[in-house]
Design a protein around this ligand. Structure first.
Ligand SMILES: Cc1cc2nc3c(=O)[nH]c(=O)nc-3n(C[C@H](O)[C@H](O)[C@H](O)COP(=O)(O)O)c2cc1C
Ligand SMILES: [Mn+2]
Length: 473
């Protein structure tokens, strides 16, 4: 049964032992980010819980963090998938079978409505993430809803929002993001862009918000398909947009046309500070929220993080499908490594049919409208892309550098890649957008000798008698 809202989902996580309540008082301006970092450092993904900070110093609203993706195991619970492996099946089905959202009258998100001067986002427990470097608190899990002014198609995207006052935030919207096109179309007509920002909703909406999909799709319909039931929507109070009826908090307003203000810097998903620059900003006219709202944050910054987990899952599957079903290349698996922020570093396993196929695969992977795969490694299908040691082994013994390394120049760079330009170069300088890529063909190019391992039947016999050797208790 689909989760009705964030709170129902958080309760489900707790029931499955995947949520810890932090009852100790925590300062959102330095301590909360450090707790989240230690969560990732100290606890391996299989055991890592999501967190609810119940006692945020100076605030009555709790903060939940890690609930969408402190690990892939948690992601699977968020999608109601039967296992981590089942996540891709859910996505596969959802993109092929969208369920249109449904307009409803009853909406808990309207339990409290504030207009104009009564709006004060500084009353929300918005954490500071990279303390000492970020200029102040940032929203890290906004679901930003806009409409294409030409087609009317709705979009949901997650773009960082710097708190700039009681009713104003900055926005960093990458040049290739869907909302960026909406802005550009409105700017051309000198019209403001209406925006609704949702903080906290049922998990399917968050997974869709951080995933790239065709701009022709209504992302609420994809969220509906992921959860197996339509998303209930209600009209906003002050802008011509719709929001999930059970959202925890909604901010309504607009981005004024052709106006920029200083924004950033911000500790980014690459593990480095992202540059500051001049960016659009958001004037908030109205805020609606549920009684006893939850504030949700995504844990981002240095990978691994919730951000690299949820972006990785939402990207591997479309890439897999593109290569396998559209291009008919017999790949076995695709992995966007978290060290590369689930963007820079791509590993693909291939059941190679002929020499030269790796090059075709590399261009296939690079043909998507993304910067993924600055480093692309291709291995044979007997190498598990999830086993780092096995991939290193293939790189070590299947590669002749003079023959097997392919470099392509003048292609889309990975967003916010700090190797593109020094920090002093502005955010939107062309040198930040055009880069280069390398593919390393780590497949075997000729017949190899046998592996230096005991025969499999001997290994199986010993494994079945393992206790008898008295080596492990
Ligand atoms: C925690 C987190 C923060 C993000 N921050 C930004 C951001 O500040 N700017 C941006 O352009 N994309 C950001 N992204 C990536 C976008 O959410 C992602 O590319 C998504 O596909 C955008 O939606 P769209 O494809 O509908 O434009 C962030 C993702 C996550 C998970
Ligand atoms: Mn989109």
């Amino acid at each position: 049964m689909a989760y009705a809202d964030l709170r129902e989902y958080v309760a489900a996580l707790e029931k499955k032992g995947k949520l810890k309540r932090v009852k100790k008082e925590v300062d959102k301006d330095w301590e909360l980010a450090a707790v989240c970092r230690q969560l990732f450092k100290k606890i391996p993904p299989q055991n890592r819980p999501a967190l609810i900070f119940e006692n945020v110093k100076g605030f009555s609203i709790p903060v939940v963090a890690g609930v969408l993706g402190a690990s892939r195991e948690i992601y699977a619970i968020g999608l109601e998938a039967d296992s981590v492996e089942g996540i891709n099946r859910k996505w596969d089905h959802a993109l092929g079978h969208p369920i249109a959202p449904r307009m409803v009258k009853e909406a808990p998100c309207k339990e409290n409505i504030l207009h104009g001067k009564d709006v004060d986002i500084t009353k929300l427990p918005i954490p500071i993430w990279t303390v000492g470097q970020d200029p102040g608190p940032f929203f890290t899990s906004p679901y930003v809803i806009t409409k294409d002014p030409e087609t009317g198609v709705r979009n949901i995207g997650t773009y960082r929002m710097e708190v700039k006052g009681s009713n104003k935030t900055g926005f960093l919207i990458g040049k290739h993001q869907d909302a960026s096109w909406h802005l550009r179309k409105n700017n051309a007509l000198n019209k403001p862009t209406p925006v609704a920002v949702v903080i906290g909703a049922d998990p399917s909406i968050g997974y869709v918000s951080v995933s790239k999909m065709s701009e022709a799709l209504d992302e609420f319909a994809v969220a509906g398909a992921l959860r197996g039931a339509p998303v209930d929507l209600v009209p906003c109070e002050t802008v011509p947009l719709e929001v999930p009826a059970t959202a925890e908090i909604v901010l309504e307003g607009e981005i004024p046309p052709n106006a920029l203000e200083h924004e950033g810097p911000f500790g980014e998903y690459t593990g480095y500070m992202g540059p500051a620059g001049n960016e659009p900003f958001f004037n908030i006219k109205c805020m609606t929220f549920r009684n006893k709202p939850l504030y949700q944050a995504f844990i981002s910054q240095m990978p691994p993080s919730e951000s690299s987990c949820i972006r990785g899952v939402g990207r591997e599957w479309p890439l897999f499908k593109h290569l396998k079903d559209t291009l008919h290349i017999p790949i076995r698996d695709v992995r966007l490594k978290e060290a590369g922020g689930s963007g820079a570093f791509l590993v693909i396993s291939l059941k190679k049919q002929f020499e030269g196929q790796v090059k075709q695969l590399m261009y296939g992977a690079w043909s998507l409208r993304t910067g993924f795969g600055k480093i692309t490694v291709v291995v044979d299908d007997d190498v598990d892309v999830w086993d780092d040691f096995a991939v290193d082994w293939a790189l070590s013994w299947h590669v002749r550098p003079d023959r097997d390394i392919h470099i392509e120049t003048n292609v889309q760079a990975v967003g916010l890649d700090p190797s593109q330009a020094p920090a002093s170069v502005p955010q939107h300088h062309p040198s930040r957008y055009i880069g280069s890529r390398v593919a390393i063909d780590a497949t075997r190019k000729h017949e190899y000798p046998a592996l230096s391992l005991p025969p499999k039947e001997h290994l199986d016999i010993v494994a079945s008698r393992w206790k008898e050797y008295g080596i492990e208790d």
